[in-house]
Design a protein around this ligand. Structure first.
Ligand code: SAH
Length: 367
């Protein structure tokens, strides 16, 4: 059954032609009337997907430790912004703030800023953080942040940034050997198509340059919003010390392949099955991101596996402490740790990467 958003996308394609995969993702995820995030709270076991902070409070608590140490690393500034990108239900920030509260000078210095595109989730965040003891502000975009020492955290944020897709039509023709894959429509619904036309030089300039030599029909994903993000972080962190930590799923090195996926009730479904009604993500190209960040003038640590990162932040010690207080919770806690760190769960598929202002001490959690 077609969704209202699908009807609108088809009308638009009829009028102005096929749209890029990035435009399709943006409409599906963020359309204010029919988009996925603005119209619901998608998280949790009753929702469509579950994230690390929703699995266990220990995840956010480890990040709280990371934040306090990073504040120390910035020279214990008297005021700093603690920013979360895409905070979901606000659960991770609540866990982080509990740890920040243990260091009164850090708490006094801390201004919490949430950047959230969904009004529905903003309301949930306000509720979750209402009793945190911190004043919480919302900003529309990171460009609106004040110039101050800044810590930025994003869990499963990068994977919902829109990607464009390109198909290799001639491996020996350089930039001219790529054509953009777009979303078109026929009588049966939406579908992928390419017109076989080579891309422009401006488009080729978006390619990260970290992939191997392509073969015919290889598919390359590019995330222009990740480049804008790293450029802005570099500008911000050149004016005041700062650091950004991202945790997400993706391989360590750049590779080809169509990774756009849709989730509904914890199951994969077709990306055109119910536009606006399913979560759409693409895996993160960590090697491409590192390269963009280094070019922009940032120091890069990682990517490291979530498992190694959390272990260095004391995940096991925190679990032992929790167990001492709640001995009955042992089976539940063991399940949570397994999901966060096991190789068959999130442990190695998920990675942490840290982008810092030049010259800060080595960040906690990274080898
Ligand atoms: N970090 C949370 C939620 C992850 S889901 C967790 O780990 O549980 C992705 C989050 O990013 C949602 O809150 C979604 O509304 C938000 N989001 C997606 N695209 C965004 C954008 N362009 N700007 C701001 N927030 C965005």
């Amino acid at each position: 059954m077609s969704t209202p958003l699908e009807q609108r996308i088809r009308a638009r394609i009829r009028e102005t032609g096929p749209i890029s995969v990035a435009e399709y993702m943006t409409l599906c995820l963020l359309d204010p009337v029919d988009g996925y995030y603005p119209t619901r709270d998608p998280l949790g076991s009753d929702g469509d997907f579950i994230t690390a902070p929703e699995i266990s409070q220990i995840f956010g608590e480890c990040l709280g430790l990371w934040a306090v140490q990073s504040w120390e690393d910035m020279g214990r500034p008297e005021s700093f912004n603690l920013v979360e990108l895409g905070p979901g239900r606000g659960v991770m920030m609540a866990d982080i703030l509990r740890v920040v509260s243990l260091e009164p000078a850090c708490k006094a210095a801390c201004s919490v800023v949430l950047i959230e595109a969904s009004p529905a989730l903003q309301a949930v965040q306000a509720k979750t953080l209402g009793r945190s003891g911190f004043q919480v502000m919302w900003a529309d975009r990171i460009e609106a942040l004040s110039v101050e020492p800044t810590l930025i955290i994003g869990n499963e944020y990068l994977d919902c940034l829109p990607v464009r897709q390109f198909i290799c039509t001639d491996p020996f023709a350089g930039d001219k050997g790529w054509s953009e894959r777009r979303v078109g429509a026929d009588d049966n619904g939406l579908r992928f198509e390419t017109d076989g036309q080579p891309i422009s030089e401006a488009t080729a300039a978006l390619f990260p340059g970290t992939h191997e030599t392509p073969k015919l029909d290889d598919l390359l994903e590019v995330c222009p919003a990740a480049e804008q993000l790293t450029d802005h972080l570099a500008t911000l962190f050149s004016m005041a010390p700062g650091r950004a930590l991202f945790i997400d799923y993706g391989p360590e090195t750049s590779s080809f392949g169509d990774t756009l996926q849709a989730l509904k009730r914890h199951e994969k479904v077709g990306v055109f099955e119910a536009p606006g009604d399913t979560d759409l993500t693409a895996r993160v190209d960590f090697e491409g991101l590192s390269s963009l960040a280094e070019t922009a003038g940032l120091d890069v640590q990682g990517p490291d596996t979530q498992r190694a990162f959390l272990s260095r932040l004391g995940l096991e010690l925190r679990a032992v402490a929790l167990l001492r207080a709640h001995p009955d919770a042992k089976p539940k806690l063991a399940r949570q740790l397994h999901r966060l760190t096991d190789e068959d769960e999130m442990g190695t598929l998920f990675k942490a990467i840290c982008l810092s202002a030049k010259g800060l001490p080595h960040p906690l959690g990274f080898a």
